[in-house]
Design a protein around this ligand. Structure first.
Ligand SMILES: [Zn+2]
Length: 133
């Protein structure tokens, strides 16, 4: 099942789009709905997440949109379309929706070291993946 999740994700984090090949930490299988909330270990509830995204997401399914202070469900890779919620602004990920912004905030996708890493990969011409454009 792990391999199916990896293949479906194109071996990229389904939140921040980082390809596994550019991240030294092994990507993890995330339960979109956490096990704690009875989320099942089935393909429809699993996604591939980099260590950083998965670690910050923890058992959460919602966050706060920093722009409007609205509560919002986190981006759901199984039911939402990534490009509906996010877009790239150079190395910065921007949220187009409450969910997109709440996800970026909670998962700390624009932390300085992550932005610096993406800036370097952009310079090498290997980021972002075409699927996120
Ligand atoms: Zn990620």
């Amino acid at each position: 099942m792990r391999q199916e999740v990896i293949n479906r994700a194109g071996n990229c984090c389904e939140y921040c789009q980082m390809p596994q090949m550019f991240d030294p930490a092994t990507f993890e299988i995330d339960h979109v709905i956490p096990e704690k909330m009875k989320g099942k270990a089935v393909l429809l509830n699993l996604c591939l997440a980099c260590f950083s995204c998965n670690n910050h997401k923890g058992p959460n399914i919602a966050g706060i949109d920093p722009e409007t202070s609205n509560k919002a469900f986190l981006f759901d890779p199984r039911n939402d379309v990534w490009t509906d919620h996010f877009s790239w602004d150079g190395p910065f990920l921007r949220g187009k929706t409450f969910s997109g912004r709440a996800t970026i905030e909670l998962l700390q996708i624009n932390r300085a070291f992550r932005v610096a890493h993406r800036r370097q990969l952009i310079g090498e011409g290997v980021f972002p993946p075409r699927s996120s454009l």
